[in-house]
Design a protein around this ligand. Sequence first.
Ligand code: URA
Length: 477
Amino acid sequence: MRVARLASEIDFAGWRAAARALRAEGVAPEAVVWTVERELFDLETPLAPSGASANFTVPAAFVELAEQVVQNRASDRFALLYRILWRLEREPRLIDNPADPDMTRARDMAKAVSRAAHKMKAFLRFRLVEGAATETYAAWFEPAHRVTEATAPFFVRRFTNMDWTILTPDACVAWDRQRLTVSEGADPADAPSEDAQEELWRTYYASIFNPARLNPRQMRQEMPKRYWRNLPEAALIPELIETAQERAAAMVAAGPSKPPERKLKAALRHARDASYDGSLPGSLDDIATGVEVCRRCDLWRDATQGVPGEGAARAPLMFVGEQPGDQEDLAGRPFVGPAGQVFEKALAEAGVARDRTYVTNAVKHFKHALRGKRRIHKTPDRGEVTACRWWLDAERRLVKPRVIVMLGATAALGVIGKPTPIGANRGKALALPDKTQGLVTYHPSFLLRLPDAEAKARAYAEFVEDLRLAGELAQLI
Ligand code: URA
């Protein structure tokens, strides 16, 4: 029996080195015990550092899968991966076999890990550490799998300018605005007490029953969303919906029943249950809160957050894009990335002030695929556009724009409800059934992608013309 002893529960590099050495030596999976315990198995033959360099390659997809599987809490994960690696020599197509029990189990483990990482990104809440010398935030979280280290870079990107520590039973990670350090797991006793949690619940309810104390729209204007998102009373909303819907309903019902709160509750319910036909969202804030916890389609799973529209509450001119891009997904605001820059430049040339308009998207979550570390945009499908149309319609009803500009084909599908070719329809006003005027034009990303400089300049000039026409129809210029 051989013992492969790894340095930690998520020691992927250690597993890889040991697996290569064992396979090069021809040690069968049944003859290996994988452990991270230092004291056990001392009577067994430990794995000596092997000089045998393993002369084989494995599919990149297997390496990616293995990196995730290692974070799963299942005790047989290292053995399972070694068995797959072992089998790959004779069965090079194994990785593509959807029916193979080892592959199915590995994929399920990887999926569970990615769900745990998503939950950590969505539901971890930082709190200000009282009495610290400098402004420091801490969060306690118990991930379903060992995803803390792998997820930490996400929080670094998201909260680069904050000092923070994430405490979990597996590991603690701390960021001091320059370096990320990892230390041993914390004791659950370090978690905020039940009482403290209760206090936060109360604060949350107090805040929604007293709009003067928490007005997300106003707060968004006054301080960056990144900070207010982490005020416990604001941040609790998704957590409440996820973990304590019944309790939330009971507590909300116990409070004074004013129309705005009823509408907020209804918006939250609409976010979870597409068949619910209760009252429609009563304000743009209700929509923003609903979008944040929306489960009407699956796109929320991989996105950082839902991105609601923003702008003048009763704007005569509404712009609808496709979906948030990478930067919008991180910032929580529409059109702030490269496409947003083209849009703003063209708007300025057309003489339209963005802050007098309302800017939103047909789909509120970022659909993408991972390529290495990069998130590559994927066009939302018709089902996703239809699911999200519910929020777009709610925005249209509340903002009541005179003119709606659809930036690209997905926006046109979201607004009009059927495919509308851009080339044949751009540049002229279309009468929409709700008596607003519609105008389809290019999506700014399309302009960015055009390879030919002349075609690009021509399309850009047409785009500016379309925005100018929209500004005139909306009587903004
Ligand atoms: N593209 C869009 O359609 N919308 C955004 O918000 C950003 C890029």
